[in-house]
Design a protein around this ligand. Structure first.
Ligand code: ATP
Length: 336
């Protein structure tokens, strides 16, 4: 079942459209990643999903009910959905008082407040910091307390804007585990934004890619500005970052953002000659696991991400630091 059902949603700032989502369903009980480059509209979309901003047009159905953006209509919804900001702001008081605030407003008894605060701090591994002053906490600890504060009000949906972007590696993996536990144990739907594909791979059940405010089926990786440098009958040649020239059968004109599907790139034997069109030799920079696939980043003058099945990976086993040859299939290339 869809928790959010979105139709014809648009949002513009100063006459500039920053979101344009014709249709989208977001499933309940899952962890959803919202990905995209800077300025793609992720935070704006998250604010709209948290009903903190109203779209200019469109219809949102939440939990099978049409959303009414009037203050009274939003009152109940805002209790169910909590947004943890990229830079959470805590009051200049203790961690306890920070979490207690929302509970006092909701008129929980003192005993219940204490019980809830202890349990949510346990969930984020911060019980020992209960009486610490919030301004003394590190970035990672602040993020964890902000998640605990959000959990204290028992939300159905947790929206997290880049939960791992301002924290050290240790806190990054702690936060990932916390979000996983929250989803598994409490069944809370989580929607988070991120630039880190590794975190997305280990956490998300589904991914939504935003590019210039539109949902694309292409991955966040391999998005480049390109210059059309020659035009044949059925073929165009694009130059990426003045370094790489790519042939594409796509005949769209006027636009110059190229997206290369990481799943439609093959590895070749670097010693086999002659190399065909759209074949490049480079060096392997990163290898990591992504669900049941392997993500390999190859430097061919630009960094290209390749996604291959484990079976395919085992055939060639490209290792970090080794040379690698890749072939970008023409159908992997999209001009958007
Ligand atoms: P980032 O990854 O850098 O956080 P984002 O994908 O979250 O970016 P948004 O913050 O949603 O993107 O911004 C989308 C676009 O809307 C950007 O071009 C931004 O400059 C613009 N924008 C966001 N908020 C406002 C605002 N309050 N007034 C005017 N323009 C805005």
């Amino acid at each position: 079942m869809f928790l959010y059902d979105i139709r014809g949603l648009t949002k513009a700032y100063d006459g500039r459209k920053v979101l344009d989502i014709p249709s989208l369903g977001i499933e309940t009980g899952k962890i959803h990643a919202l990905l995209g480059p800077n300025g793609a509209g992720k935070t704006t979309f998250l604010d709209i999903l948290g009903f903190l901003q109203q779209p200019d047009t469109g219809r949102i159905t939440y939990n099978s009910r049409p959303v009414n953006f009037s203050p009274s209509g939003l009152k109940t919804l805002r209790r169910e959905i909590v947004l943890v900001d990229q830079h959470p702001i805590l009051f200049t008081s203790s961690v306890f008082k920070n979490i207690e605030f929302g509970l006092s407003i909701r008129r929980f008894s003192k005993k219940d407040r204490e019980k809830i605060i202890e349990s949510v701090l346990d969930m984020v591994g911060m019980r020992g910091f209960m009486y610490s002053q919030a301004p003394t906490l590190s970035g990672g600890e602040t993020q964890r307390v902000a998640i605990a504060r959000a959990l204290a009000v028992n939300p159905k949906v947790l929206l997290c804007d880049e939960p791992t972007s301002n924290v050290d590696i240790e806190n990054q993996s702690a936060i990932i585990n916390i979000l996983k536990d929250i989803n598994e144990q409490a069944g809370i739907t989580i929607i988070f934004t991120s630039h880190d594909v590794r975190h997305v791979a280990s956490l998300a059940h589904t991914r939504m890619y935003l590019h210039h405010g539109q949902l694309t089926d292409a991955a966040i990786e391999n998005i480049f500005s390109a210059l059309l440098i020659s035009e044949g009958k059925n073929k165009k040649r694009y130059l990426i970052q003045d370094k790489i020239s790519l042939f594409s059968h796509t005949l769209q004109t006027g636009k110059k953002t190229i997206v290369i599907d990481p799943g439609k790139i093959d590895f070749r034997n670097p010693e086999t000659k002659p190399m065909k069109e759209n074949c490049f030799i480079g060096k392997v920079k990163q290898v990591s696991e992504d669900l049941d696939q392997i993500r390999i980043v190859v430097d061919i003058g630009i960094w290209i991400t390749v996604l291959v099945s484990k079976t395919k990976y085992l055939r060639n086993k490209p290792m970090v630091g080794e040379p690698a040859a890749i072939h970008i299939h023409p159908e992997a290339i999209k001009i958007i």
